[in-house]
Design a binder for this molecule. Structure first.
Ligand code: RBF
Length: 354
């Protein structure tokens, strides 16, 4: 009698479990969830601003189509800002992954794949797309990196023409041949690609250019970046490339106050200081984030193979049609840089991404 009851109870539990996991309407209604992990803060960092906009646009577009087709399971988006304390990124990423709530975690930063790779064995279902990064041989991590030597080379070339220009052409140009890069911190892509690319571009125009390199120490201290810019200016620097996230605001403020030029990196920066920003050497991170999110949502991502994209692919660009650029930069300078851009695009100049 007791044994019979046991069998009945077991059968009941089995049926309930089958109903719950196998046939329950709940499981078929599971919504796709995407999380953006921001290693830093979004505001003031062009790479992260473009990441968030691109992913958001792709999800909105996808959801519009779902709604038009009468579907209700819209894709969910969450944005996590991990903040500027880099020592906390690993534990914050681990917490996000182990929550198990997100089908995809998308981010941007060359340092992230090394931090994520150990997690992929423990959480094999979790998929990652990391932009501005390169990582081979992990089927859970898709990476795409830009040819930043091209991006930095054009900046350097532009800075070198400008520091050599006559005051009649470029009023903030002084008699010294001195330009500078202010970075937030040292990291492999900065030390091996961006800084050398900037120097090589400058020296391709004039081999006697003096290129200064300074560090802020973090991605947010605008007042320290401004102090560095002041000291560079007083030592004869008249063109600065800032790559320091939110701290770049300090370089812009100094340029407006003192009167020097800025070559801007990553997105279109002309409107930030129309008289001082003479170029925008950009990566199409918004477009790439949009495309990869859309590919993920349609199940078409190839995870294993990392990609490097540059000017020829349309993901690195030098903005030449902005009215502020046309107004601020003398025509003779615009013609010189346009020629170099075309030389890279047509393969006459080849700049390796490594
Ligand atoms: N770029 C930013 O604009 N903001 C940041 O907060 C930021 N943090 C970074 C942290 C690390 C550890 C590394 C390696 C890079 C960071 N970058 C940041 C730089 C970014 O990846 C890219 O190299 C530059 O924006 C130039 O394209």
């Amino acid at each position: 009698m007791i044994k019979q009851n046991h069998t009945k109870i077991l059968l009941c539990i089995t049926i309930s479990l089958l109903l719950f996991f196998g046939c329950s309407p709940k499981s078929s209604q599971k919504r796709t969830s995407i999380a953006i992990f921001v290693p830093g803060i979004v505001s003031g960092s062009p790479v992260y601003e473009m990441l968030v906009t691109g992913v958001t646009d792709a999800i909105n577009r996808h959801n519009e189509v779902l709604q038009q087709n009468g579907k209700q399971n819209l894709v969910e988006l969450s944005v996590f800002e991990a903040g500027t304390n880099q020592a906390e990124w690993s534990s914050k990423m681990t917490a996000l992954v182990s929550s198990g709530l997100h089908d995809l975690i998308i981010s941007s930063n060359p340092s992230l794949p090394d931090l994520i790779a150990p997690l992929t064995a423990q959480f094999p279902e979790q998929k990652f797309i990391i932009l501005d990064a390169f990582y081979e041989g992990n089927n859970s991590i898709k990476t795409v990196r830009y040819n930043q030597r091209e991006q930095a080379w054009l900046c350097g070339y532009m800075a070198a023409i400008t520091t050599n220009a006559q005051k009649s052409e470029m009023p903030f140009a002084n008699k010294h041949k001195k330009i500078a890069l202010i970075a937030a911190q040292e990291y492999p892509v900065m030390n091996n690609i961006i800084l050398p690319g900037f120097i090589e571009g400058a020296q391709a125009f004039d081999k006697d250019i003096d290129v200064e390199f300074r560090l802020v120490g973090n991605w947010y201290d605008a007042s320290k970046a401004s102090d560095i810019a002041h000291s560079l200016f007083s030592n004869g620097v008249d063109v600065i490339l800032p790559i320091c996230g939110g701290a770049s605001q300090g370089v812009i403020a100094a340029a407006k106050k003192l009167g020097f030029y800025i070559t801007w990196f990553d997105n279109n920066g002309f409107a930030k200081a129309p008289e001082n920003i003479i170029s925008s050497s950009v990566i199409q991170q918004k477009k790439l984030a949009f495309e990869l999110t859309t590919e993920f949502l349609s199940g078409k991502i190839d995870y294993s193979i990392p990609k490097i994209v540059g000017i020829q692919d349309g993901y690195v660009d030098f903005i030449q049609d902005d009215p502020i650029y046309i107004k601020t930069v003398h025509e003779s300078i615009r013609n010189l840089i346009a020629q170099k851009f075309d030389d890279i695009k047509t393969g006459k100049i080849i700049l390796p991404s490594q």
